[in-house]
Design a protein around this ligand. Structure first.
Ligand code: NDP
Length: 457
């Protein structure tokens, strides 16, 4: 049998060899899901909701152990692992509270003997290929509304969060979701490819732009629903009237939380020249206070880099910025092994010739650029192929709204950052992807509107 080796990124130690899927088992699970989905969709909504409520209770019951599993396999600081699991609970509550209204059958015409209705029918069997950085969030954003709306799910967690993926599936099975309706596929990219070769009715992907492109090409000629939640190069502008200390503390957290490995991490900061130096001083001071170390320790803020190859990406961005005149204020190199470590790194005097300001860093590395006015800030914020989030810090709400209206991004923030709400759609523009999760729209996205034309005889 094929196995998947799983390593602790903080120590390099082997955690486990997990039994892995192969093309034959992926095909068998797909066939089983196809056969089981109609009965699942035919259940009363209350029964499907009851399963998800039990799943929620399982997460609460096992929260500490689940957090530990996630920290061991991803290197995420333990407090942040618990935060993710605690943050999942209101998302589950939102899905449970909103699912019926989101997909309620609509009567849009009753005239004479004619009735027109819109049914929100489940897509059928959907594939969910998922990232490791927030495995509970990105996994459950798809799995839970997909199941609630009557779909079967074939879930391929990242190989870097495979035990978390197994835990999500186990808790759903224990809560009453049939094995065939919720299948977990263990393995690397080749298992994802094997899944894409199956006859599925929708593909929901969270991950890098490069893999998203491969996935779009793999399913492009099949006209099935495709959602891609990809990376970003998320900018924030700090205006001249902002409090430099408060903005610096907030944005340092936005850039470095989860060791910078968030899709909506702050990746570029533009600061008005009037407060630039004060902002930079507070920013560096804040980041200097972040403790890097054992992810299982309660006072660790900077954990391990989950994927070892990312260390080279980060080092190359640092070297490129240094070569082109960037001023290194903090960090700038990998930390000592064993394991994958990179020092929190802050640059000023950066510009858009540098990869640091153009390509996703996905690590604890940030560039701060001085700007002279709002127009320059907006131009630079929009000078990107990505468009996931963008923010503005200013006490002036009108100014913030005016600026944010000009920025191309799926989510915009005023005086906050690195924030996701279950009530709001989560989406990107440009190379940050297509489609959306969360909000009532992100529930209905697992259905297709079916038109009913009904004439009384
Ligand atoms: P990857 O693109 O490397 O992997 C994502 C998933 O795709 C994994 O399960 C991976 O498997 C799988 N995969 C890899 N190759 C293939 C293939 N050829 N066919 C099918 N599946 C494949 O991304 P990461 O997991 O490293 O995640 C980091 C990225 O995700 C960042 O760019 C980040 O910005 C983005 N992201 C976006 C979010 C959003 O909401 N917009 C949220 C979270 C992350 P395996 O891991 O086993 O190789």
């Amino acid at each position: 049998m094929t196995t998947l080796p799983l390593h602790n990124p903080a120590t390099g130690a082997l955690i486990a060899h997990l039994p892995a899927d192969d093309a034959a088992s992926v095909a068998a699970k797909t066939a089983a899901a196809r056969a089981a989905q109609p009965a699942w969709a035919a259940l009363p909504m209350a029964q499907r909701k009851a399963c998800i409520e039990k799943f929620r209770a399982g997460v609460v019951r096992e929260l500490d152990a689940l957090a530990r599993v996630m920290t061991e396999e991803t290197g995420k600081p333990i407090r942040m692992s618990r935060n993710e699991l605690n943050g999942l609970l209101p998302r589950i509550d939102f899905f449970l509270a909103q699912v019926e209204a989101s997909i309620a059958r609509e009567t849009v015409l009753t005239e004479g003997g004619m009735t027109e209705e819109i049914e929100h029918a489940p897509l059928g069997v959907v594939a969910n290929i998922s990232a490791w950085n927030y495995p509970w969030f990105v996994g459950c954003n798809v799995i839970l509304p997909a199941l609630l709306t009557g779909n079967a799910v074939l879930y391929k967690p990242s190989e870097y969060a495979a035990r978390t993926g197994q835990a999500i599936a186990r808790l759903l099975h224990e809560a009453g979701v049939p094995q065939a309706v919720m299948a977990c596929l263990i393995g690397g990219g080749e298992v994802g490819q094997a899944l894409l070769a199956q006859r599925v009715d929708g593909v929901f992907f969270t991950g890098s732009h490069a893999t998203g492109l491969r996935i779009a090409r793999a399913v492009g000629d099949r006209f099935i629903k495709l959602q891609l939640e990809l990376g970003g190069k998320d900018p924030t502008y700090v205006c001249d009237d902002a409090d430099p200390k408060a903005a610096a503390e907030s944005l340092a957290d936005g850039a470095m939380y989860n060791t910078g490995q968030s899709c909506c991490s702050v990746e570029r900061i533009y600061v008005h020249e009037k407060i630039h130096d004060a902002f930079v001083a507070h920013f560096v001071e804040t980041v200097r206070g972040y403790r890097m170390g054992d992810p299982l320790s309660e006072d660790t803020y900077i954990g391990a880099i989950t994927r070892a190859p990312q260390l080279q990406v980060l080092q190359a961005q640092v070297d490129d910025a240094l070569t082109q005149g960037g001023k290194l204020l903090l960090g700038g190199k990998a930390g000592p092994g064993p394991g994958n470590w990179f020092e929190p790194t802050v640059f000023s005097h950066v510009d858009h010739r540098m990869d640091l300001m153009r390509e996703e860093s996905f690590g604890p590395v940030i560039g701060i650029q001085k700007v002279s006015d709002d127009d320059e800030a907006v131009r630079l914020m929009n000078d990107t192929r990505y468009g996931l989030t963008a923010g503005v810090y200013t006490p002036d709400g009108e100014r913030a709204r005016r600026l944010l209206a000009q920025v191309h991004a799926g989510s915009v923030y005023w005086n906050c950052c690195d924030r996701v709400s279950p009530r709001l759609p989560w989406s990107g523009v440009g190379d940050s992807g297509v489609g959306l999760t969360l909000s009532t729209h992100g529930i209905a996205t697992f259905t297709r509107p079916k038109a009913w034309h009904l004439r009384q005889p």
